[in-house]
Design a protein around this ligand. Sequence first.
Ligand SMILES: *[C@@H]1O[C@H](CO)[C@@H](O)[C@H](O)[C@H]1NC(C)=O
Ligand SMILES: *[C@@H]1O[C@H](CO)[C@@H](O)[C@H](O)[C@H]1NC(C)=O
Ligand SMILES: *[C@@H]1O[C@H](CO)[C@@H](O)[C@H](O)[C@H]1NC(C)=O
Length: 342
Amino acid sequence: MMKNIMIMAPLFTFLLLFTLPCLISSNIISIRRNISITAFEKIPLPPKVTTTGGFTFDLFNKGPYIGVLDGRILKYNKIRRTFEDFAYTSPDRTSAFCDGTTNFNKLQICGFPAGLSPDPITGKIYVTDSSLGLDIVGNFGGLATNLVPSKDGVPYHTLNDLYAAINRKVYFVDASSIYNLRDINTSILTGDSTGKLLEYDSRTKVVVELLTGLGAPAGVASDSVASSIFVSEYAARRIQKYYKKGDKAGNSEVILSGLGNPFHITRIKGEDDFWVPINNVVNETYANTQAVKFNIDGQILAILDLTREFSQLVTTVYQQGNELYVTGLNTGYLGKYMLVYS
Ligand SMILES: *[C@@H]1O[C@H](CO)[C@@H](O)[C@H](O)[C@H]1NC(C)=O
Ligand SMILES: *[C@@H]1O[C@H](CO)[C@@H](O)[C@H](O)[C@H]1NC(C)=O
Ligand SMILES: *[C@@H]1O[C@H](CO)[C@@H](O)[C@H](O)[C@H]1NC(C)=O
């Protein structure tokens, strides 16, 4: 499954720095109903293709859409039961040069769609490409339209998750202000905490910085009315809440800590509860992984162990009705569970 040394060397270094066993000990509240998972299924990606972490359904519950390391965004065809080409982020991308590649030296040419999020009004899909900027893709896919360009670290180095909120703003994170994706191992090794939470206004096209000094931010989402933004920091192992409205507007506070390493945050449709994957690395090839459900106050509502099915870094946990979709990093399949309530 994990075959390319070029990508795996930096990724393992990234992981290895966090080998202390770390369990969530705080914030567990009485759970009204127990949630468990069953009926695990692997939905395969095309041969040689592995995941980046970008994952979403669209507004019409079509898809899912998934970002892959060779720069494509694939869409699931429910009738043919297979992932098919949908979109790509780089105008320079060619199938011959890029299809199936996991070579980080080709990022600027092939693209790296790290985050996907549908516009809650138009249904178009916003994409963060780690090294090419913020893009948007129309309903028919194809080449994405670039909205905020980025190249060779200017203005951004390693874009990760994003969230298109109801206030017509798009929240996204830059993991480091110094290191590009291929050097993210160095970022972690040096204790770099220069990550940022950013806000793109789709009407004025202006980007503003909401938070700086973050430890490898990897995930972002807002609540249903865009009054607060939640950002997860992979290296700092915590989740912060940034207030957009109310008395605390413009301020932020840590609402969850003592976690393992969190990744993308997804809001459950029609709710103000969220899922985040939590990774606790054991060694080079093995991590304990969990899906954690939390609310806007940072209270934990459920912890599901995923380790039996995912012993590699988990990037996204996404709930669609009673189904829970899970993507790992550099993984050749999408995982799907059924949720059971008791
Ligand atoms: C939830 O699970 C725990 C541990 O298995 C059990 O003690 C508790 O009674 C369960 N609660 C409900 C509401 O089923
Ligand atoms: C970190 O990544 C860089 C670039 O990918 C690589 O040259 C270097 O060997 C890596 N360092 C370690 C310790 O793996
Ligand atoms: C990593 O840990 C797993 C689980 O404890 C173990 O099965 C595996 O042998 C270990 N691998 C290495 C390379 O130490």
